[in-house]
Design a protein around this ligand. Structure first.
Ligand code: MN
Length: 492
């Protein structure tokens, strides 16, 4: 999977020949200042590349064709300094497949009261040039992001930076490849889904391999390979067990997985504790350490959550909040202080840890395999989201809930796994009722770095349904939204 540094965004200013060469020179110079200003803000995850201003239908059509074919270009940002008649944009925009942001800004912050004349007015007419541009996006029913604000201000800059992360999420999704070892857990419904639909809509190549293929890779791992991996662990984690054999087995598993992923280009994987033929332990520490390096993981064959974990991690690259495969596990339900305790059997990513993780070995209790080594730690506090992608039959639905994560309310000395505690918004009662109404899974991706708005932008660009549960959610409105969405998608 490519990284942030592999992508760039094109900045394009629209105009026309009506104003004469002097004005166009000024438009080009001002555009360069805006592109440079955005790049030097320090918050853009990728570089913005200034393109020549476009003034004719032929220039516009060529620009969007080039953008579509350019490997590095992850999206186009447009702005109208002057008026740029939007019929000129139809052929360029109508076949454009990449993310598109319309930045509605203006070069000057304030009206120059004493100097303003009609020349100034004709040069600085974003207020109506961008409305003409906006109409054609609406008319073409394009998925687009509109950011409004002065280009030197932090708020619009942050919105552009966040959208870039969503757009990189689109790019990596469209070239995403993963492996599922074994099938989904027997009789579980929500982890299933239409992989053909997922590949058409999201670009995912979800491949099956028998667990024996991994065992063959593991058999080639040497004792010195394992020694090196253990040293890697000791730099990041505390050894809190005498069972070195169990830890070494996880190291061997991780090396096998890494080599196999490198050979096939996989960025995520699933396991199923029912299908571990030839393996001694369910991957625990191995899965956790791989997730901390950006790989996606899903338990019980849940390939949708595995893929979403990898993609959301790619979107969050360079941020330090953390993104993890998660599961709503158990509740704390005193009235007025309700919390969710999220965890998994083993596989919680240490990127969300608030303390240095400990390597421990405990019995698993299911799957009839040896006691697996795993990382145990407490979670961070902070605003976060949980996200779940489900297959509604005929369409994919992405559900996102805003949550406030906290440190554990009390120590849990007997809990042998890492956990995260949070309060879902607007309340546990409304959140859980909404989540269940929408069909959200027990498996989610929890992220402190990605916001609901970023996932909404990603879902729009991927052309899938998006449901947001947040501070303003009411059951009445949500039920109507789900009902209307059902009708809308039947008509689509
Ligand atoms: Mn699970």
């Amino acid at each position: 999977m490519r990284k942030m540094r592999d992508f760039e965004f094109w900045f394009v200013t629209g105009s026309q020949h009506l104003y004469g060469p002097e004005t166009l020179e000024q438009v080009a110079a001002d555009s360069a200042k805006i592109a440079e200003g955005l790049n030097s803000s320090g918050i853009m995850p990728c570089r913005i590349v200034l393109k020549d201003i476009v003034k004719t239908p032929a220039e516009i059509t060529k620009l969007f064709k080039d953008a579509d074919y350019d490997e590095k270009c992850a999206g186009v940002i447009t702005w109208m300094h002057t008026f740029s008649p939007s019929k000129m944009w139809i052929n360029g925009l109508k076949d454009f497949k990449k993310p598109y942001l319309h930045f509605h800004t203006q070069f000057n912050r304030e009206i120059p009261w004493n100097e303003i004349d009609m020349d100034f007015m004709n040069l600085n007419q974003s207020a109506h040039g961008d409305r003409e541009h906006g109409f054609i996006g609406a008319r073409l029913r394009m998925p687009r992001k509109i950011v409004v604000g002065y280009w030197e201000d932090a708020e619009p800059q942050k919105k552009i930076a966040d959208w870039m992360r969503s757009a990189v999420g689109v790019a990596v999704s469209r070239e995403f490849k993963m492996v599922r070892f074994g099938d989904n857990m027997r009789q579980v419904a929500v982890t299933e889904g239409d992989k053909v639909e997922a590949e058409i809509k999201l670009g995912w190549d979800v491949e099956y391999r028998g667990i024996g293929d991994l065992v063959a890779y593991m058999d080639k791992v040497t004792e010195s390979d394992i020694d090196a991996k253990i040293n890697e662990y000791l730099e990041k984690y505390d050894m809190d067990t005498d069972n070195t054999e169990a830890v070494r087995y996880q190291a061997k598993t991780e090396i096998g997985l890494e080599r196999m992923f490198a050979d096939y280009g996989y960025s995520a994987f699933t396991t199923n504790f029912e299908d571990l033929w030839g393996m001694e332990q369910l991957p625990g520490l191995a899965a956790q350490d791989l997730m901390s390096k950006g790989f996606g993981f899903g338990g019980e064959g849940d390939w949708k959550v595995a893929a979403m974990t990898a993609i959301m991690k790619a979107m969050a690259e360079g941020l330090d909040g953390g993104t993890a495969f998660m599961e709503d596990y158990t509740y704390h339900m005193p009235a007025g202080n309700e919390h969710v305790l999220g965890a998994h059997m083993l596989e919680v990513c240490p990127s969300v840890a608030s303390n240095r993780p400990k390597i421990q070995v405990h019995e698993l209790g299911i799957g009839n395999k040896k006691a697996p080594a795993r990382l145990v730690f407490d979670s961070k506090k902070g605003s976060a989201i949980v996200a779940s992608l489900v297959d509604m039959g005929g369409r994919l639905r992405l559900i996102v809930n805003d949550v406030e994560a906290c440190n554990p309310l009390n120590p849990m000395p007997k809990l042998p796994v890492a956990g995260v505690m949070w309060k879902p918004l607007p309340s546990l009662a409304v959140s859980a009722e909404s989540w269940i109404l929408a069909g959200g899974a027990h498996h989610t991706v929890l992220s402190y770095d990605i916001t609901a708005e970023m996932m909404h932008d990603w879902a729009k660009m991927m052309d899938i349904e998006f449901v947001h549960i947040g501070k303003d959610t009411t059951i009445e409105a949500l039920e109507k939204e789900l009902f209307w969405n059902d009708i809308a998608y039947k008509l689509k």
